[in-house]
Design a protein around this ligand. Structure first.
Ligand code: ADE
Length: 227
């Protein structure tokens, strides 16, 4: 899978993309991620301008369409493929595990990060396939949302986690929250690990985990059960 990220602040993304599981996935050539500074595509050679005041008046600045368009064309030329374009926006559909599972099947994604008051509507109409939000709150730009989306997709790609079981039992994979986890020591501050987990009886352990998953979902996220 290839992911191209178009942003005015690539430095916000680079540490995240080069650390931990995403960094390792790139080193192992399981995913290819490229950040592009939209400013490099400005048609204004002197000031590298990428934004301007909104027509009709109003506060703030709007990102101009041409630098984004040029960045998009360059990505197509570099990669030789037409990416599926996602605009990170509080107006998009809220990201879910189901959406990440769907997006991991796309061979090439182009994530567009807006900033300031937004992006000229004409570029959105021209290139964007889908808008994605990471929740009903407003961030200063799409970069953090693009990192959340990238992380949630990359960890689902083949070979990225050592064992697919790593995510198969996770919260949200089956509509339920994950069961509680314990590690050494067996007793910590007088609190013992549940006995069943020490029993070695895997049928009992699985039954306990299923039950715990359901109980926790009832307690912490009853809305998931209603769905
Ligand atoms: N850009 C600003 N706010 C956002 C949000 N909640 N989700 C995705 N992109 C955003």
């Amino acid at each position: 899978m290839r992911i191209d990220i178009a942003t005015l602040f690539p430095e916000m993304c680079e540490t995240v993309l080069n650390t931990s599981i995403i960094g390792r996935a790139q080193k192992n050539h399981l995913v290819e991620i490229h950040c592009h500074n939209i400013r490099d595509y400005s048609p204004d050679p002197k000031h590298h301008r990428v934004d301007d005041t909104p027509y009709g008046g109003g506060k703030g600045m709007v990102m101009q369409p041409e630098p984004i368009w040029r960045c998009y064309l360059d990505v197509i030329a570099q990669s030789g493929s037409l990416p599926y374009v996602i605009y990170l926006s509080p107006q998009g559909k809220t990201l879910t595990q189901k959406k990440s599972l769907e997006l991991r099947e796309r061979p090439h994604l182009f994530l567009l990060c807006g900033h300031y008051e937004g992006v000229d509507e004409r570029i959105l109409e021209r290139i964007v396939d889908e808008e994605v939000s990471i929740g009903d709150y407003v961030l200063t730009g799409g970069e953090l949302a693009a990192m959340v989306l990238t992380d949630s997709i990359v960890r689902l790609c083949d070979g990225v986690l050592a064992d697919p079981e790593c995510f198969e039992n996770e919260s949200h994979m089956n509509g339920l929250l994950e069961y509680p986890q314990y590690t050494r020591p067996e007793v910590w501050q007088d609190v013992p690990v549940p006995e069943v987990l020490l029993s070695g009886n895997h049928a009992n352990i699985n039954a306990w985990r299923d039950e715990q998953s359901l109980l926790r979902t009832q307690k912490k996220r009853p809305d998931l059960l209603e769905k």
